[in-house]
Design a protein around this ligand. Sequence first.
Ligand code: SF4
Length: 426
Amino acid sequence: MQAIHDIAHKVRRGGRVDRDEAIALYRDAPTALLGELADGIRARKHPGRLVTYIIDRNVNYTNVCVARCNFCAFYRPVGSQEGYVLGFDEIFRKIDETIELGGGQLLLQGGHNPDLPLEWYEDLFRGVKARYPDFKLHALSPPEVIHLTRMSRLSIAEVIDRLVAVGLDSIPGGGAEILVDRVRKILNCYNKATGDEWLDVMRHAHRAGLRTTATMMYGHVETPAERLEHMLRLRELQDESQGLPAVASAKTGLPAVASAKAGFTAFITWSYQPEHTELGGFEATGVEYLRTLAMGRIVLDNFDNMQASWVTQGGKVGQLSLAYGANDMGSVMIEENVVRAAGAAFCMDEIEIVRNIENAGFTAKRRNMHYEILGDPVFRERDVPRMLALAVARHDGDTSRPAELASYAARSAAEKRLRRSDLSEG
Ligand code: SF4
């Protein structure tokens, strides 16, 4: 325990832990000690006992996916009767509902659908920005960007540039799982993006001046050391991105300025949800979640924000996260499809999130993706509808196909067959 005592002392003084120290802490430190160390870092980085949250909507534009990760209960193979693609009008309606609830952003992610080319995304983003110029698009995780590079045969930088040109504001950190290729091969997600490819998309996004988030899904086939390896890889890229010349400086030719306001905004970790998945198994416990979150706060000393994952852990553990390093309650979930497909459907609207934050002794503030404070809770300023159940991407049995799909060339055999039969019926 002497070693743990020395490492804890180093952390309390603001020191950076190395790999061996992180492994020793994660393996041997009592849970209460990890909480105390993580809470101390949170308090140093966020004085004033503010805890933030964002109102946005998690929209999954398609569930059709060729990647077939074995931990995923959400995707449907190409040609499945249960496959869907949302129409542009459906997405605009979801934006209207989000704005009504005080939200200003979509978290837009989906499957790797071979029948949605880069132009489909460009038209969608353009359409959103034409109708809602101030509305933000936090969209397309790194594996989706990689999928688009393969479909379009463009480089990562070219795809990101094209998406930014039509309104991409930031990139969510989905699809990271564990950034160790041994694990990715077992999870069948190595082909969708290797660990290096995931990091490379984020590196390019940071260079293009975009902020992004980082995630980690643990509790399946990885070892504790591999979880820490994942965190160390993120820390290394964050060091690199924060040392980059600011985008404005590069354009004006002014000297490089290292910026803490570059790179990843936040780290979000959650446990693997096993229900209805090919991989199966058990879900990690609440204590394991709190220990892992606390380690994230301790290891990722160059990240400002840690989100509580109440969507997978439930409101009660989500609230406890605020004592284990989290300074943010994530999103008021208006809609959720991916985690729900794997068996978790916790729902908290703004009133409930704020109640949990205040009951833990913090002040609740609304924020945007950049963690800029937008103000007090919306429901204290005006009447907003209560949301006691999560919306879904598509209601069961709705098999409608958006008309605009016909404007894009079909690539899969299933989609080509469907179009031929549409034509012969028409
Ligand atoms: S996790 Fe994403 S990429 Fe993997 S199968 Fe599910 S939808 Fe496809």
